[in-house]
Design a protein around this ligand. Sequence first.
Ligand code: ATP
Ligand code: MG
Length: 284
Amino acid sequence: MLRIAVQSKGRLYDETMDLLKAAGIKLVAVKRTLLVPSRNFPVELLFLRDDDIPASVASGTADVGIVGLNEVLEKRQYVNVLRPLGFSRCRLSLAIPKDEEYTGLEWFNGKTIATSYPNVLNEFLEKQNIDACVHEISGSVEVAPGIGMADGIFDIVSSGGTLISNNLKEVETVIDSEAVLIGNDKYLNDEKREVLDELIFRIEAVKAAEKKKYMLMNVPLDKLDAVLEILPGIKSPTILPLADDRWRSVHAVLDEKDLWSVINQLKNVGAEGILVLNIEEMVP
Ligand code: ATP
Ligand code: MG
């Protein structure tokens, strides 16, 4: 049984559960408990605060975990990043009051910076030769300059809305973060390794299918070249015969973002009966 540490509630929770569900992992319906087994796959979920996930994996309490890269870098635990997962994207940035004139990183020399990420920040400041005072606080970092507690902040930014509403401006991005799958191969036996390989295989399949569409259409034989001309760049269109030899059935995979422009072009050159399917539903 492979144990996966996941956030019990918060910004990672929904997409973590969506990913595991898309990977075909169904949970035993239990009330909110710490440890929940799957009913169809040899894994169990350990629900934790995100701060505790890197240490749980480093110590072997959990075999793998799903957590933000920002926490992995801050916590300095012995874990490997096995795979980026593409959700909960954000960045760790330096921000200062919006009316300050920013002159470059030297602005921070002699200043106080409030953050919940002192390790990542100290490492960055050291590398950049900036001598600033790092003030660690655990939450509501963005209010620190407004109440005179710090000159600037180092915190998570995604849309930037929180900065704006606190009269701050982002001046340096230090790291880009997203949710990642972490592991620690020290404790894995053969059985767990096999389950982990299957889990990673399924995650890869889900990620590959995301934002892709499967498209089928009927094409008159004399329009086939024109249709294939619209489809290049799209992976391996397949051409199949139909009972009526004047027609072909064409199947292709394409990016969701191209869907409507491709459909319009295909219609214009004479493709008929265009059908679009979600690929997620075809992943085992
Ligand atoms: P916990 O109670 O588990 O300690 P938390 O309050 O520390 O939760 P959350 O706010 O739930 O943390 O954020 C969890 C993670 O989600 C962050 O560490 C970061 O990787 C990511 N994240 C945070 N804010 C955003 C955001 N605005 N947009 C996208 N991802 C974010
Ligand atoms: Mg936390």
